[in-house]
Design a protein around this ligand. Structure first.
Ligand SMILES: [Fe+2]
Length: 295
């Protein structure tokens, strides 16, 4: 069997507003558009994947939060309605997805060997989080490939960003080893925003773009610093300043998704390709792809 590989890793944030703005048939609310910068960025990411063949999408999501270890979906098929708890007016999405349980279990087993606390999630009535649905929809709206979905262990809440990162480095290595052993080709998604201080009131028309901007300037400066490091191959340096960035901008990197991705890609020294940067209710969001073939 040929060695499996990561065909691309991407930072693929999940504001539900982006799905709302696209008006796909699966989502009940209807919009007049909005957040085009980011939606066009996702279009460019999809184009960059058009000539790649892959078998599975592996996603690490901030909105499946587990407090005892890292969990993995372990049921082959899920179909249900996902309602965003904060924005039920924007996101009521009928999902129907399949899971590569074999690969999911293999990553689980590789992670267990590193000493991480892990568990398979085998409840068939489990409701898939909107982070997973949004990022996967925007990257691959056809839903024609199975996914592996990895929870966010909240070690940052009990301990610190440093402890979270130490665990996510192990989880990333375990993910890479399991992919290589599987013979499969995988797309990896880190489903998170960057800076995450956001507005607390919604405009009357949610997609009124005259209301959209970064919450504050220092958040913008931090986002630009992180993007500069990611796009110039200085990903280890980016991980080193992650604790300060995460604390000072209330960043969604606290979930561990981005650290996991960097570790799975073995801390790229090649350039990440930025497809877009934009804000959603004041949060900073970047869409960036790392293509190992460009190494
Ligand atoms: Fe989020």
């Amino acid at each position: 069997m040929a060695k499996g590989e990561i065909v691309m890793g991407a930072l693929a944030p999940h504001p539900p507003h982006l799905v709302y703005a696209e008006n796909p048939s699966q989502n009940e609310p209807v919009s007049e558009g909005g957040w085009e910068e980011l939606r066009w960025g996702y279009e460019r990411l999809r184009k960059s994947l058009a000539d790649k063949e892959f078998d599975v999408i592996i996603i690490h999501t901030p909105h499946w939060q587990t407090y005892v270890g890292t969990h993995f979906l372990g049921v082959p098929h899920f179909k249900n309605l996902s309602v965003d708890p904060i924005f039920p007016n924007l996101f009521r999405y009928n999902y129907d997805l399949t899971v590569d349980v074999e690969l999911s279990r293999s990553i689980h087993d590789h992670a267990a060997k590193t000493g991480l606390h892990v568990q398979m999630m085998e409840n068939p009535d489990f409701r898939i989080d909107y982070g997973t649905i949004t990022s996967c929809h925007l990257v691959r709206p056809d839903w024609d490939l199975p996914i592996v979905c990895i929870s966010s262990n909240r070690s940052r809440n009990y301990f610190s960003v440093e402890v979270m990162q130490a665990n996510m480095v192990k989880l990333g290595q375990a993910t890479r080893e399991a992919i290589e052993a599987s013979g499969k080709r995988a797309l990896l998604l880190s489903s998170n925003s960057l800076s995450h201080r956001h507005f607390t009131e919604e405009p009357e028309v949610p997609e009124d773009m005259s209301q959209e901007h970064i919450t504050n300037h220092h958040q913008y400066l931090w986002d630009m610093k992180m993007i500069e490091l990611m796009c110039s191959g200085k990903t280890r340096e980016m991980i080193d300043i992650m604790p300060d960035f995460t604390e000072q901008t209330v960043a969604e990197t606290d979930a561990g998704s981005l650290t996991w991705l960097m570790s799975a890609l073995d801390f790229p020294e090649y350039q990440g390709e930025i497809h877009a940067y934009g804000t959603v209710i004041g949060t900073g969001n970047a869409i960036i792809g790392w293509d190992p073939a460009s190494a």
